[in-house]
Every structure is written in structure tokens, then in C-alpha cells.
Design a protein around this ligand. Structure first.
Ligand code: AMP
Ligand code: ZN
Length: 115
């Protein structure tokens, strides 16, 4: 794991986060700077820098991220009203943490197009 990766440290438990779920391949925790009433991050335990860096061998974990996000949305009782899943990639995509993560945003109507 890259020494300076904050999300690797959250997976390992070296940095505190409000974890909602963790298993052998994914970790789910609350975003520290929420942009909606529900703002949760779903990340792979393994360090993948960005979706643009993912390879065909990552196919299973990428599917798991999406299915986990949908599962957590049901658990958090936001599935009925709806929610948005976001993956920011690279500079213009607004990515600030270079460990792949899926944002689960809910609890208010989302605007389109996003800013
Ligand atoms: P992005 O801009 O798509 O790379 O998203 C990174 C997200 O990680 C932002 O929404 C941050 O608020 C969130 N974040 C950064 N550090 C932490 C942390 N220590 N715990 C929880 N969320 C974090
Ligand atoms: Zn990492």
C-alpha cells in the first residue's frame, strides 16, 4: 500500500473513519465533508488509483463496488427516494483522493448536469 494513501490507512484502521461496512474486498465509510444529507464512500480495499488505472483483472471488484453501493443505499433507506453514484477521475473530473472510490449521495434532489 502506498505510504501516504489516506484511504489505504482507513482500510487498515490506521486513520479513523465512520465505517458502515467492511469485508475482505471493500470498505464503506461516511465522507468527512458531506455534500448531501447522505454522503458515503465505497472503496476497494486494494489500492487502485483511479478508474482510469483499473485493468480487466479488476472487473470483479469494480462490480462489487457498484453492488455494495446499491446495497448500502437500501440499508440507509435512501433507495426508494433515489440517489446518485459518482466516480470522479483525474484533475478535470474533480478527483482529490487517488484511491478509487464511489460516492453515494442522497437525501436531497440532485441537480443535472453536475457542476
Ligand atoms: P474526490 O474529490 O472524488 O477524490 O473525493 C474525495 C472525497 O474524500 C471527498 O468527498 C472528501 O471529503 C473525502 N475525504 C477525504 N479525506 C477523508 C477522510 N479522512 N475520511 C472521510 N472522507 C474523506
Ligand atoms: Zn490507497
Amino acid at each position: 500500500m502506498p505510504q501516504d494513501c489516506i484511504f489505504c490507512k482507513i482500510v487498515a484502521g490506521d486513520i479513523k473513519a465512520t465505517k458502515l461496512y467492511q469485508d475482505e474486498s471493500v470498505t464503506v465509510f461516511k465522507d468527512i465533508n458531506p455534500q448531501a444529507p447522505t454522503h458515503i464512500l465505497v472503496i476497494p480495499n486494494q489500492h487502485i488509483e483511479a478508474i482510469s488505472e483499473a485493468s480487466p483483472e479488476d472487473q470483479v471488484i469494480l462490480g462489487k463496488l457498484m453492488l455494495t453501493a446499491a446495497h448500502i443505499a437500501r440499508e440507509e433507506s435512501v433507495a426508494d427516494n433515489g440517489y446518485r453514484l459518482v466516480v470522479n477521475n483525474g484533475r478535470d473530473g474533480g478527483q482529490t483522493v487517488f484511491h478509487l472510490h464511489v460516492h453515494l449521495l442522497a437525501g436531497r434532489p440532485m441537480r443535472w448536469p453536475p457542476g
